[in-house]
Design a protein. Structure first.
Length: 299
């Protein structure tokens, strides 16, 4: 793919895939130690799926990485197959079972292909999230389920604050570092816009403690979650900026032991492909009681 075609939109897709390939290499070297966040979120997705008394014959794991979610889905009662879709060639080479190279911005699946689509921390890397959700809805069979987790707007708020202030002080301006993120209040609306029925969104915060800023940055590289914005500043980070950011981070957010927190907001999305048997809202004007009467204070 020509270079100019990889930077159309918000993200540099070539850089993003390279980051995931690097994460796959580091994961093999460390035994997957840097995948703790993705593994934890995959477990929380499965916990939510356990609340649904339903079997799903054919599932898609979108953004499969090393495959923990795909393995969990394959072990569920009624499972007849799981397709692991992953944009990074490095992760694909180490995966087992049915594997497909797929970018969440352009899915290669036909309509009504899956009973379940589950996705762990990959959809926040789409330039057009409503469009990606619409593709996922199309790939679901009627009454099929989408269960997805993506990074929300409060993710790494401490790191963003430290770099913002450090760049202003050292360089007189701020470079693009932060990807636009979906807020909790927008999650259900995005699902509804994409054509999902019964949309639900909720969020959880996961806070990780680090000895210093460099340790956090190493983990982000190992996760494949570093800056891939098309408008990002090329070239390395200035030492003075990095040093000032580390000092601001420690001073503003550090604890008594000198450790720093890193917050990851996880937004969970749940929606169903429409089906006539699903619960439907009552027609407008069919109410038999007034809302004002229900909320009127007692005397």
């Amino acid at each position: 793919m020509p270079a100019e075609q990889t930077t159309v939109g918000l993200f540099d897709r070539r850089a993003w895939r390279a980051h995931r390939d690097r994460a796959a290499r580091l994961g093999r070297m460390t035994g997957g130690a840097v995948d703790f966040l993705h593994d934890e979120v995959a477990e929380r997705l499965i916990d939510r799926l356990d609340l649904i008394r339903r079997e799903f014959a054919l599932a898609l794991d979108l953004g499969a990485r090393r495959g923990p979610l795909a393995r969990a889905l394959a072990a569920r009662p009624g499972s007849r197959g799981v397709v692991a879709a992953e944009p990074g060639a490095g992760f694909l080479r180490g995966a087992a079972g049915l594997r497909v190279a797929a970018d969440p911005e352009l899915l290669p699946f036909g309509a009504a292909s899956f009973d379940l689509i589950a996705s762990t921390l990959v959809l926040h890397w789409t330039s057009d999230l409503p469009g990606a959700l619409a593709q996922l809805r199309r790939a679901l069979k009627p009454d099929g389920l989408l269960l997805a987790a993506l990074l929300g707007g409060a993710t790494l708020i401490e790191l963003r604050t430290a770099f913002f202030e450090a760049e202003l002080a050292e360089e007189g301006g701020v470079s693009p570092r932060v990807s636009p993120s979906v807020g909790l209040g927008d999650g259900a609306a995005l699902l509804q816009r994409a054509g999902f029925a019964l949309p639900v969104a909720d969020s959880e915060a996961i806070t990780v403690s680090y000895p210093d800023l460099l340790a956090l940055l190493r983990d982000l590289r190992g996760m494949g979650e570093t800056n891939a914005l098309a408008a990002r500043r090329r070239g390395g980070l200035r030492r003075a900026t990095l040093a000032r950011a580390a000092a601001i981070y420690r001073e503003r957010f550090g604890d008594a032991q000198g450790r720093i927190p890193a917050t990851f907001e996880i937004v969970f999305l749940c929606g169903w492909a429409p089906h006539p048997a699903q619960p439907q809202p009552l027609p407008r004007g069919s109410a038999t009681a007034r809302l004002a009467d229900a909320v009127r204070p007692r005397r």
